[in-house]
Write a protein that binds this ligand. Structure first.
Ligand code: TXA
Ligand code: MG
Length: 355
């Protein structure tokens, strides 16, 4: 990335948007695309040079694997070896949740590049619901690898403007389809031994998955890391601190508050935004990343966020907030702010989830 690119934004409403995106992708270039969750940084997954460029542009470590976004469900069979035992469960999940924000971890076929899977034996696949991305995938006729379109460790982008803030000069094109509908990354699940192993909570809730089998949780809060060892995740520049609803910390006067519901303490903080005035978790999810970015730009010393109930998508919201809080305290040189396990598996999962 020695040469600065001129990053152009094209509206999804433009007649040529799909064609331009497909053309660039087919030439091994990167394009930022909307999904129903967050904006993705897309590349032709069949082409290692294009996939490698994702890691470069994001400054993402190669040990962190990518999700493949499929043109249609026939690709599952082509990319993954779904055994008889998994078959029924996988078919049922796909039938119910695709296209949509559910990513499946499945045993990979040989032809899936080790660059995509970070040499893991599994591949992550999903069929996104955003209409413009679906048209791009259908016209292209190949799966695209796409992580969230942010630089490593930072807050995922939910608007084309956010992508511009993250990646201007590094990619040729951003397809702008307005703010993403859901605002949080897809739920990641691995069907294993008849169970559903939840690797990342997201818009498809544990409750919804429960209909299809026992849901086993993987370390939702993540592991503690030695401070400063690696870059942070979901991290604004300002420290993020979690508080209970209505709690006013000693340094509130200079700080910002992301309130859950209408805040009675607005005047005690320098700036207050509400995640959802009416206490709607879906609205809070869709606004979370945007408000973290907005608060980061305000003249505040810290970003306090009121905890939301850990029910439904509230679990996914709190998962991202715990990570943001831990990440920003790590970079401030504090360590023991979040409880978590520290075995190797959890650690590598936590590291992977950063990007
Ligand atoms: O909603 C989403 O999933 C968005 C949009 C763009 O589709 N994508 C996204 O990608 O969030 P990314 O790369 O930011 O996060 C993907 C997560 C990472 O934590 C990665 O470690 C994990 O998926 N992942 C991918 N392949 C995996 C695998 N084979 N085993 C375990 N984790 C995997
Ligand atoms: Mg990401």
């Amino acid at each position: 990335m020695n040469t600065e690119l001129n990053t152009e934004t094209i509206s999804a409403l433009e007649a040529t948007a799909v064609e331009r995106a497909v053309k660039l992708l087919s030439r091994s270039e990167l394009v930022a695309v909307p999904t129903e969750t967050v904006y993705g940084l897309a590349a032709d997954s069949r082409n290692d040079r294009a996939v490698a460029a994702i890691f470069q542009v994001k400054e993402r470590p190669y040990f962190n694997p990518l999700i493949l976004h499929l043109p249609d469900r026939t690709w599952v069979e082509r990319l993954a070896k779904v055994n008889a035992e998994q078959g029924k469960l996988v078919a049922a999940l796909i039938e119910r949740f695709w296209p949509g924000p559910l990513t499946l971890l499945l045993p990979k076929r040989e032809k899936v590049s080790d660059l995509v899977t970070a040499s893991l034996p599994t591949v992550a696949v999903r069929m996104p619901a955003n209409p413009i991305l679906r048209t791009i995938l259908e016209r292209g006729g190949f799966p695209v690898a796409a992580p969230s379109a942010n630089r490593f460790g930072r807050v995922s982008p939910t608007t084309a403007q956010h992508v511009m803030e993250e990646l201007a000069g590094r990619i040729p094109l951003i397809v702008d389809d307005g703010p993403t509908k859901l605002g949080l990354e897809s739920t990641i699940v691995e069907p294993r031994d008849g169970k559903l192993v939840l690797h990342r909570p997201g818009p498809i809730t544990e409750f919804a998955l429960g209909e299809f089998g026992v849901v086993e949780l993987v370390d939702l809060k993540g592991a503690i890391h030695a401070p400063g060892q690696t870059p942070s995740h979901y991290a604004p520049n300002k420290p993020v601190r979690l508080v209970n609803k209505g709690e006013v910390p000693a340094d509130s006067a200079g700080a910002g508050l992301l309130a859950w519901g209408p805040s009675l303490q607005r005047s005690r903080f320098q700036v207050t935004f509400s995640l959802s005035e009416s206490g709607d978790l879906l609205e809070a999810a869709s606004r979370l990343f945007s408000l973290l970015r907005a608060m980061d730009r305000e003249p505040v010393t810290a970003i306090y966020v009121e905890k939301v109930p850990e029910i439904g998508i509230g679990k996914a919201i709190m998962n991202r907030l715990y990570r943001a809080a831990r990440a920003t305290s790590e970079s401030a040189g504090l360590s023991d702010v979040a409880s978590g396990v520290s075995d190797d598996r959890a650690k590598s999962e936590s590291e992977r989830e950063r990007a």
